[in-house]
Each structure stands twice: as structure tokens, then as C-alpha cells.
Design a protein around this ligand. Structure first.
Ligand SMILES: Cc1cc2nc3c(=O)[nH]c(=O)nc-3n(C[C@H](O)[C@H](O)[C@H](O)COP(=O)(O)OP(=O)(O)OC[C@H]3O[C@@H](n4cnc5c(N)ncnc54)[C@H](O)[C@@H]3O)c2cc1C
Length: 458
């Protein structure tokens, strides 16, 4: 029986990052994976979707080349080649993790791992034992009873990124990050897309101003948006799909080639031995404390199987903290209020901290500043004037409570706000920080200036 200091179950951005950090800390580590190294993020999530979105973005540029004074005749695309490129990028990333495992002397065990008592994990009849077992089994697409996925006409995200034929029409149910990213991709490729959202706003976790701006941009680009609407039934008996949609005005039937269900995720917690070991679970999530210890000593859980935001960078940060604590380092609990969230449709969305509504609901006296990209030199030069940066400060102490951005490339700009908030920066300090010209990032400084009545370019 092989004995390790650490066994990690699952090799997503939670698991593989945890394993590398454990190895750096001198711990003998093994990782168990039933599919491809890199988990959902590298194989079926963050990376392949961004590859598809890049193709869509390049195609948009080609279609609008004349806006830049360029002539491109009859821009067209090869849908299968676009999908193939995305799969190639994902495969390359997974191979990269394979290399990292080798480099860090981490044993990779291929197969389905089942937890056992006595700090053991069984894979294909072999028991592996460790002082610490970290569960990082991640999640999959959630299925609604009214929207069972058959993988052909009613699909989840995996099929949505590997279709061999582009659908002419598509209904996307759910307008979180996954839903709107696919909406942008398929619409750009020429599919007729309708987004159906149960709540009153699309991207409902975002600040309301962001939701409204995205809805405007989507409608402008031809995406149909139905809010406060619910798909109650799908009929797949015909050639395509007939979806019954309950709206405020009554019931509507929409027809499409394909329905994409993007209504959230379901944790991979079944059949992995949680019950046998006695690990406590609540509402689909493994219960953990600030250091990711479960109720059973020696067993830990991180990433999508726990209650934090289901994001790759959260999974990685949790795993690093978990093994640093195991190695006896002094660690600070993660601040889940300072996690950036990014959505890579066009325009992109990036945010951190409180929305204006949340700050008001908490009774905080706030200062709000906003700077539109239509007033930014870089945005004008780039032909990317859609969107804005919005900042929220505590009026009394100047604490940076929230930052919300929508526009080209904003996902690369949000780290400034995350770092600023981590360092407890005040609005005044951001205002006095010189931002390079011309960049989209000047909009952050200008939005802060707006909050303090000192905006220059408006
Ligand atoms: C379409 C899509 C786009 C996304 N885009 C982004 C994005 O842009 N940015 C972002 O931050 N997040 C994004 N996410 C979310 C992100 O992918 C997840 O939050 C992240 O992958 C979670 O990491 P994890 O390590 O917890 O689990 P996962 O990545 O789900 O990995 C878990 C791994 O465990 C393996 N496993 C499960 N059970 C067992 C078992 N019993 N034995 C062995 N192996 C097992 C699985 O095969 C899998 O490889 C996206 C998700 C999707 C679906």
C-alpha cells in the first residue's frame, strides 16, 4: 500500500494547484484523476470557452474591418475548425499540467477514487493512504427537472463547446457567466440566440447598471433577451425543440434547434465515499471550516465541492491555503468578499465587492463614481466605446467597497481594484495614483475622480 503525506482527489485548478503547493512545501503528494488533468477549468470550462470566444472576437473584427479602414471581403468561418482550435488549446493546457506534475514529483494516479475510513482512497481495487486527504472533485452541469439534458437537443456546457454542426437557432436558459458567454459566441457565429432568464436582470449577480448595459449591448448585437421568464417544459419529439416559456405576460412557445441549459452547477459528491467516512454535507456542498477541514480529521475539501464562489481562482486559493495550514504555516482565512468575478462575453464584465444595491441595503453612506468608455481616448482609438467603470466608496472613511466594469478588456483591469481593496486603499490614494495614458485603466482613476467630484474628462 502506497503511503503519502497528501492525496488530492481531483485535478482541477483546485486539485492540481494544491498538489504543486504541497510538493513545494516538501510533502510527498499524489493526485487522483478519473478524466484529464486540469479538471473542468482547463478541459471544459475557463480555457476552451475563452478559445471559442477569441475566435468569435476575431470574426467580429473581420466583419467590422471597414470600421478600421480595412477591406476584408466576405469574412466567413469554419465552425468545426473553431471547435477544433478550442479543443487543441484545452489539450495543450492539460498536457502542461502533466508536465507540472512530473516537474514537482507528484504521483498521478489515473482512475476513479473512492474515500475510505482510515485516511485511504481506493482506486481500481488498490488502496492509497495519506496523513491528509483533500477532496477536490469539482462539479458538473446542473439539470433542472423541467429541462432534462439529452446531450443532443437539450445540452449542457460540454456539448455546447463540442457541437459538430452549428445550430441555426438556440435558446439559452440561464444568463450567468456561462450562459452569456455562449450567447455571445453563438450569436457572433451567426446562430439566432434567445437568452431566457428567470430573474428580472441578466447576469443577476452583477450591479444592476452592468446588467442593463449588457442587455442593451446584447440587443444591439441581435441577441434576444427574455427576463422574468421561465422555461417550464421542453418538447423534443419533433425535428428541433419546442420550449414552453412562462413570462409575465403569459405563456409563449419558442422553437429552436437546440436548448442550452446553463442554470448552474451540481457538486460531484456522489459515490465518492463521503457517507462511509461520515463527512458532513449540506445542500450539495461539503462542509468545511476556514482551513477547509471537514468534520472528519484528516479529510479536507476545496473548490466547487465547497460553498465558496465556484471559480477557478477561488479553488486554487483555497487549496494553497489548505496545504499551507497543514504544513504548519501561519495563514489568514480567505476574504470571500474580495473575490473578483469575470465574464468574457463582449463587452466583458469584471467586478469585485459590493454592488450599489448591496451597499445601500447595508445602510452604508456611499459615494458612487462612474466613467464611460465613450469618454476614453484608448476606447475611442480601439473602437470599443461600449461600457463604463463604476466605483463605490464608503463616504465617511473612503473605503473602496465595490468596483464594477463592463467593456473591452476589463477582465484584465479588475485586479487593480482587488489589490487596492486588499491593501485597504482609499479613494484619495487611487485618485493620486498615476495611470498610464492612453489605456482603458484610466477609466478606473476617472471613475474614482467622479466619485469625489474631480473627474477631468467628462
Ligand atoms: C463553461 C465554463 C466556463 C467557466 N469559465 C470560468 C472562468 O472563466 N473563470 C473561472 O474562474 N471559472 C470558470 N469556470 C468555473 C471553473 O471551471 C470551476 O470553478 C473550476 O474548474 C473548479 O475547480 P475544481 O478544482 O473545484 O473542480 P473541477 O475543475 O471540476 O475538477 C474536478 C476534477 O475532479 C475529477 N474527479 C471528480 N471525481 C473524481 C473521483 N472520484 N476520482 C477521480 N477524479 C475525480 C474530475 O474528473 C475533474 O477533473 C467555468 C466553468 C464552466 C463550466
Amino acid at each position: 500500500m502506497s503511503k503519502y503525506d497528501i492525496i488530492v482527489l481531483g485535478s482541477g485548478p483546485g486539485g492540481y494547484v494544491t498538489a504543486i503547493r504541497a510538493s513545494q512545501l516538501g510533502l510527498k503528494t499524489a493526485i487522483i484523476e478519473k478524466e484529464s488533468l486540469g479538471g473542468v477549468c482547463l478541459n471544459w470550462g475557463c480555457i476552451p470557452t475563452k478559445a471559442l470566444l477569441k475566435s468569435a472576437q476575431v470574426f467580429e473584427y473581420l466583419k467590422h474591418a471597414e470600421d478600421y479602414g480595412l477591406n476584408v471581403k466576405d469574412a466567413s468561418h469554419d465552425f468545426c475548425a473553431v471547435v477544433k482550435r478550442s479543443r487543441g488549446v484545452a489539450d495543450g493546457m492539460s498536457k502542461g499540467v502533466q508536465f507540472l506534475m512530473k516537474k514537482n514529483k507528484i504521483d498521478v494516479i489515473n482512475g476513479f477514487g473512492t474515500l475510505k475510513t482510515g485516511k485511504k482512497v481506493e482506486v481500481d481495487g488498490t488502496d492509497y493512504t495519506a496523513d491528509h486527504i483533500i477532496i477536490a472533485t469539482g462539479s458538473r452541469s446542473r439539470e433542472l427537472p423541467s429541462l432534462p439534458q439529452d446531450g443532443k437537443k437539450v445540452i449542457g456546457y460540454r456539448q455546447a463547446m463540442t457541437l459538430d454542426k452549428q445550430p441555426k437557432t438556440m435558446i439559452i436558459v440561464g444568463s450567468g457567466a456561462i450562459g452569456v458567454e455562449f450567447a455571445y459566441f453563438y450569436n457572433s457565429m451567426g446562430t439566432d440566440v434567445t437568452v431566457v432568464e428567470y430573474l428580472p436582470n441578466i447576469v443577476p449577480v452583477e450591479d444592476e447598471d452592468i446588467s442593463k448595459q449588457l442587455e442593451r449591448s446584447f440587443k444591439k448585437s441581435g441577441i434576444k433577451v427574455m427576463t422574468s421568464s421561465e422555461v417550464t417544459h421542453v418538447d423534443t419529439s419533433g425535428k428541433g425543440v419546442k420550449a414552453t416559456i412562462k413570462t409575465k405576460k403569459g405563456e409563449e412557445i419558442l422553437e429552436a434547434d437546440i436548448v442550452l441549459s446553463a442554470v448552474g452547477i451540481k457538486s460531484n459528491i456522489e459515490n465518492i465515499g463521503l457517507e462511509d467516512v461520515g463527512i458532513a454535507v449540506d445542500r450539495d456542498k461539503i462542509l468545511v471550516n476556514d482551513y477547509y477541514q471537514t468534520n472528519i480529521p484528516g479529510y479536507y475539501a476545496i473548490g466547487d465541492v465547497t460553498a465558496g464562489q465556484a471559480l477557478a481562482h477561488v479553488a486554487s486559493a483555497e487549496g494553497i491555503l489548505c496545504v499551507e495550514k497543514i504544513a504548519g504555516q501561519h495563514v489568514e482565512a480567505l476574504d470571500y468578499g474580495n473575490v473578483p468575478g469575470c465574464t468574457y462575453c463582449s463587452p466583458e464584465i469584471a467586478s469585485v465587492g459590493l454592488t450599489e444595491k448591496q451597499a445601500k441595503e447595508q445602510g452604508i453612506d456611499i459615494k458612487v463614481g462612474k466613467f464611460p468608455f465613450s469618454a476614453s481616448g484608448k476606447a475611442s482609438a480601439s473602437g470599443a466605446k461600449d461600457g463604463f467603470v463604476k466605483v463605490i466608496f464608503d463616504a465617511k472613511y473612503g473605503e473602496w467597497l465595490g468596483c464594477h466594469m463592463i467593456g473591452a478588456g476589463v477582465t484584465d483591469m479588475i485586479a487593480e481594484a482587488v489589490l487596492g481593496r486588499k491593501l485597504e486603499t482609499t479613494g484619495h490614494e487611487v485618485l493620486k495614483t498615476i495611470h498610464p495614458h492612453p489605456t482603458m485603466s484610466e477609466a478606473v482613476m476617472e471613475a474614482v475622480a467622479d466619485a469625489y467630484g474631480e473627474v477631468i474628462h467628462l
